[in-house]
Design a protein around this ligand. Structure first.
Ligand code: ZN
Length: 484
């Protein structure tokens, strides 16, 4: 029953729940420093949309206005109301926790004249405007919504000509298209798709359907039909594709011809059939697991926490093909989801992109990693020294201890070396001591006093010898500068 914040990270409360000059504010207003227009709004919990569109106090006309989502008892119940938004889901739609459902209305004129922000109301049980409660305690422990989930179809000659202008206008960010299969089949729709996608800025990959035939001849055919080696490749590895050795052989043959293989369509069912090989090293894993029904991709999408994203072969899929019946550009197509931004997807498709490990991480993992870092660097701890003060409490962080130990060890080391007559150490002490009463170094006065104290412990003969050495160096250095 995870709950999510209604806005992404960086959000602030612009007006809390409670009494205000204009009456009782029965909700919390959220926004971002610097402006909130068009910022995405996420479902705080999964449920069903029971009201959507224009609403008094929240603006209009539809799709501007409000959204009310009823959350079933199984996810903790309650009802949330998002106001001053433009809806992206419709009445009757089922939404998942953390799913993007709206954006903040940028147009004050159609919104009662208030500056763009999100008003969130929470009701503990069914929809009941008289029972609105403070949303902040209700959201205690809420997760960060995913930065973004983007969608795209995959297409082949079987789909005929797909209107990519319309695909883009419907909000899709990428398209995968078939290029070739085996050693002889060329998809004649590919060149048109390639040029069209590039012209309008859809993220693109071309795919080869693997067969159990000569890897080099397959690679020759694919690269020739691809027509542009800068387009990233996807290997479609399933029925008729043979074992994992064949996958790697074709991948290496394509890469040897100067094309980057960025994506591996290896559905779990096929992975099981070929004996569950290790997939941890395959580029950009795509799983397919279809939901029931047909409709808009964003509505059919089972969510970023769906079990369909579960790991197999030693890694999590990067992309999920979740339906073959999405309504896209007036056709019924396969639809894929990527849990990240278009830039993160571009990184995944780029040579070396998988080296940027954070790019493929989902926001929850990033949060966990940040927690771990804070734990290491930010939490004060008791010293482990046997000579710590009696009753000494937490005094420093792990990182702070390491830093302090480094400084003390260095000082101790310089002291010992100087006492042994080590010229660079004596020179260092003289340099730091020279800062005493020098107005250029107000923050080094204690250090200068310490250096003087340590110098006093170095014998006169060793100091004299070091001074001679230092004078000789300075002379040599001056001579070198003259000569150059
Ligand atoms: Zn409000």
């Amino acid at each position: 029953m995870a709950r999510y914040w209604p806005l992404g990270s960086g959000r602030i409360v612009t007006s809390p729940f409670g009494p205000r000059e204009d009456g009782f504010h029965a909700g919390t207003d959220f926004g971002f420093p610097g402006g909130s227009a068009n910022k995405p709004v996420y479902a705080c919990a999964s449920g069903t949309v029971i009201y959507a569109g224009a609403a008094q106090g929240y603006g209009g006309p539809d799709p501007a206005g409000w959204l009310v989502i009823d959350h079933p008892a199984g996810v903790g119940g309650g009802c949330t109301e998002d106001g001053h938004i433009i809806r992206e889901v419709a009445r009757g739609d089922r939404v998942t926790a953390g799913q993007r459902v709206a954006r903040i209305n940028p147009d004050s004129a159609t919104n009662g004249g208030v500056a763009p922000h999100l008003h969130l109301s929470v009701m503990p049980r069914e929809y009941n405007p008289d029972a609105k409660m403070d949303p902040i305690p209700w959201l205690a422990g809420a997760l960060e919504p995913p930065a973004r989930t983007i969608f795209g179809p995959d297409i082949s000659n079987h789909n005929g000509v797909v209107d990519l202008d319309r695909v883009k206008a419907e909000g899709f960010d990428f398209v995968w298209a078939k290029v070739s299969e085996g050693t002889t089949f060329r998809d004649t729709y590919w060149p048109r798709t390639r040029d069209w996608a590039r012209e309008i800025g859809l993220i693109l990959a071309g795919y080869h359907y693997l067969r159990e035939s000569d890897p080099n001849r397959q690679a020759d055919l694919f690269v020739d039909q691809l027509g542009d080696k800068s387009v990233p490749a996807m290997l479609d590895f399933e029925e008729g594709g043979g074992g994992i050795d064949n996958f790697w052989a074709v991948l290496h043959a394509i890469e040897a011809r100067g094309v980057h293989v960025a994506l591996s369509y290896i559905p779990r069912w096929y992975w099981e059939r070929i004996g569950r090989p290790d997939l941890s090293q395959v580029p950009g894993l795509i799983q397919s697991s279809y939901v029931e029904g047909t409709g808009y991709a964003s509505v059919l999408y089972p969510g970023n926490d769906s079990i369909r994203w579960a790991a197999y072969g030693g890694r999590q899929p990067d992309i999920l093909q979740f339906t073959d019946r999405a309504l896209i550009a007036a056709k019924t197509l396969d639809a894929n989801a990527f849990r990240g931004s278009p830039d993160q997807l571009r990184t995944l498709l780029t040579v070396g992109g998988d080296e940027d490990e954070m790019a493929g991480w989902n926001p929850e993992l990033v949060n966990r990693a940040m927690e771990l870092l804070e734990n290491i660097a930010g939490i004060y701890r008791v010293s482990t020294s046997p000579l710590r003060h009696l009753g000494e409490g937490p005094v420093n962080t792990c990182a702070g201890f390491a830093w302090t130990a480094d400084g003390l060890t260095h000082a101790q080391f310089v002291k010992q070396m100087a006492e042994e007559g080590h010229t660079p150490s004596i020179a260092l002490l003289m340099e730091v001591a020279s800062a005493l009463d020098n107005p250029d170094y107000p923050d080094r006065q204690d250090d200068a006093k310490l250096a003087q104290l340590l110098l006093a412990g170095v014998s006169k003969t060793k100091k004299a010898a070091a001074t001679t050495d230092i004078a000789a160096w300075l002379e040599a250095e001056a001579a070198q500068q003259e000569g150059s």
